[in-house]
Design a protein around this ligand. Structure first.
Ligand SMILES: Nc1nc2c(ncn2[C@@H]2O[C@H](COP(=O)(O)OP(=O)(O)OP(=O)(O)O)[C@@H](O)[C@H]2O)c(=O)[nH]1
Length: 615
């Protein structure tokens, strides 16, 4: 057990151990990964910076891992030098698919649990994923340096969950490094070596692919059978596309070219491809000549779960937004978009996201990296609408909801797992019921902690459910969910009309029981946000032709000169000029002038937005 020089590439499989660290968010996965890099000597002390593996600025700022990365580390145990490949996985539900691909590249997983928090919802979700992939689980409690750590209690909980003895649960601190060396020894001892047929045609699974400005797409692979060498051309099995291999190598953690990758090895490929969608996570790579004929299982196209319209606040920024999306797409295979026009907001794009975190990240990157100011419309899930004539329409934008006779609507549902202290069972049930949830089962992990399983409509949980759950359980509950098909539901489209004209950006698809509440809240918000006009403006919320809520904005002409009695003509002129300038920032909806800010505030989920806009 000590630092060693890196063995050459083409390490025999029995000296390789491929593992990942799985944990609930913030349980310290990145910190532990950093400590392993340091202890195995692959990153020297001076180059070490916090969260070495999280490269993107946004990742480091938010302290979350979005893209997984792989690192090769040497480790000596019982006089033999082993090659450990550590695959870092993202921890958020939006990226579950990437987690499951990373798991499929490993033989074992370190299941990391915060010794002051215990098991949380994503601990369970990730554990189940790992078990489905037949991985060997090494249970570990982290943060044992914390004064609030309760290692005995949680070792028992963890042991109960995976069916081992509490004494087999390792205890570490990623922060101080305590227990990390014994953990590396255990990884070598407990994990099986990779198995594969060295003489078979090459098959390697893509578990990550990232866009690098200088090198193009870097594809991370795990070789299952055969080998890949730098002189060969490769084929992507899902598309049949053939690429030249410009470089092949391993990361430790900086990229190092090697003369090939054999069975069980993890490394990267560079082909000069400029678009990550040509090198998709889950796909199988083989050689162009004498390649494999059956791909490895598990490839799946990333499927957007949430759609939202993004519009530039300044309409002339539209071409910049289009170019920016084209650039982001190079690095994000899950991003889909198409141009869209809105009567109220002008030209923009309808964009599909994996979830709300994905939406926030994309929006933040667009605003930050491309200096854009954007309005996003109310996010919507994907509905299937069956019409009376038997036709089915897929709706991702409420304003496109068909007006004809609808016979049924289906909405996506998820299987949600909620973990909470048992004193909050009532509060959690009440919340889930108000979100149209159905209880599927309940288990006690310990006398004071309970796991509750629900089927819930995606639309009810994707936006603000987590915040509501946290506030009802004083922050103690955790949530994980995965798609679980569709269900029929009694949904309606609510339109918002200004003086009889529909404002497309405010249309929303909601459950019939919640339609009234949505209508009233929009009408009240808009009444506060839209300035008085020279004529009376009715604001209506309607389902089809039936009006369900109404407010009036009384008529008045805003006389900007009112404050300006007395003679100074130049001051009056200035004020009139200013009024004209302000009008440019107005959008016309029929004959009603609506300030840009009113749209932003009305579409914002933030409850303080209306107050801010009024100021
Ligand atoms: N005291 C103490 N704090 C720790 C330890 N390990 C991690 N932390 C802290 O816990 C917080 C979360 O750690 P991360 O390593 O970012 O957690 P993570 O699981 O990688 O988070 P995601 O990447 O978002 O899933 C950070 O503030 C760390 O400084 C530890 O062993 N002891």
């Amino acid at each position: 057990m000590a630092r060693q020089a890196l063995p050459p590439a083409a390490t025999p499989p029995d000296l390789i151990r491929n593992f990942c660290i799985i944990a609930h968010i913030d349980h310290g996965k990145s910190t532990l990964a950093d400590r392993m890099l340091q202890i195995t000597g692959v990153v020297d002390q001076r180059a070490m910076r916090a969260q070495y593996l999280d490269r993107m600025d946004i990742e480091r700022e938010r302290g979350i891992t979005i893209k997984s990365q792989a690192v090769r580390m040497p480790w000596e145990a019982d006089g033999t030098t082993y090659c450990l490949n550590m695959i870092d996985t993202p921890g958020h539900v939006d990226f579950t698919y990437e987690v499951s691909r990373s798991l499929a590249a490993c033989e074992g997983a370190v299941l990391l649990v915060d010794a002051a928090q215990g098991i949380e919802a994503q601990t369970l979700a990730n554990l189940y994923l790992a078990m489905e992939n037949d991985l060997t689980i090494v249970p570990v409690l982290n943060k044992i340096d914390l004064p609030s750590a309760q290692p005995e209690k949680y070792a028992e909980e963890l042991a109960g969950l995976i069916g081992c003895d509490p004494s087999e649960v390792l205890q570490v601190s990623g922060k101080t490094g305590v227990g990390v060396e014994p953990l590396l020894d255990e990884i070598v001892r407990q994990l099986p070596a990779p198995q594969g047929d060295a003489d078979a045609p090459a098959r390697a699974m893509i578990f990550d692919s990232v866009y690098d400005t200088y090198r193009g797409v870097v594809t991370y692979v795990r070789v299952i059978d055969g080998s890949l060498s730098p002189r060969e051309r490769i084929e992507m099995m899902s598309t049949g596309a053939i690429h030249e291999l410009l470089e092949i190598g391993v990361s430790s953690p900086e990229p190092k070219p090697s003369d090939g990758l054999g069975v069980g090895e993890v490394g990267y490929l560079i082909t000069g491809v400029k678009d990550v969608r040509q090198s998709r996570v889950g796909d199988t790579v083989t050689t162009a000549r004498r390649g494999a004929t059956t791909a490895l299982g598990g490839y799946r196209d990333p499927k957007p779960m949430v759609y939202s319209g993004l519009y530039p606040i300044d309409g002339s920024d539209y071409p910049i937004l289009r170019d920016a999306l084209d650039k982001l797409k190079l690095n994000d295979a899950a991003l889909v978009y198409e141009p869209e026009t809105s009567v109220a907001l002008g030209f923009g794009f309808r964009i599909g996201f994996l979830g709300m975190l994905h939406l926030e990240i994309v929006r933040e990157r667009l605003e930050r990296e491309f200096d854009l100011d954007l309005i996003s419309t109310l996010p919507s899930v994907v509905y299937d609408v069956r019409l009376d004539d038997g036709q089915t329409v897929t709706v991702t934008n409420p304003s496109e909801f068909p007006d004809g006779k609808v016979s049924a609507i289906t909405e996506p549902v998820v299987r949600g797992t909620i973990l909470a202290p048992s004193e909050f069972i009532g509060a959690v049930m009440e919340l889930c019921q108000s979100r149209r949830g159905t209880l599927r089962g309940m288990d006690y992990l310990s006398p004071e902690r309970v796991e509750m399983r629900y089927t819930l409509p995606l639309a009810e949980i994707v936006f603000d459910f987590f915040d509501a759950l946290k506030s009802k359980t004083r922050g103690y509950a955790s949530l994980d969910y995965e798609p679980d098909g569709e269900q029929e539901a009694d949904l309606v489209k609510v339109d918002v009309l200004l003086q009889g004209d529909k404002v497309d950006a405010f249309s929303n698809i909601v459950h019939r029981d919640k339609a009234y509440a949505y209508g009233v809240s929009m009408a009240t918000k808009l009444k506060e946000l839209i300035p008085r006009q020279q004529f009376e403006v009715p604001i209506q919320a309607a389902i089809g032709t039936r009006v369900i809520a109404r407010e009036n904005i009384r008529a008045i002409r805003k006389d900007v000169l009112a404050k300006c009695y007395g003679g100074d003509i130049s001051r009056k002129r200035k004020l009139l000029e200013k009024q004209k300038e302000g009008k440019k920032r107005m959008k016309m909806v029929g004959s009603v002038e609506v300030p840009q800010e009113a749209f932003i505030a009305a579409l914002s989920q933030d409850t303080g937005a209306v107050e801010k806009a009024k100021k």
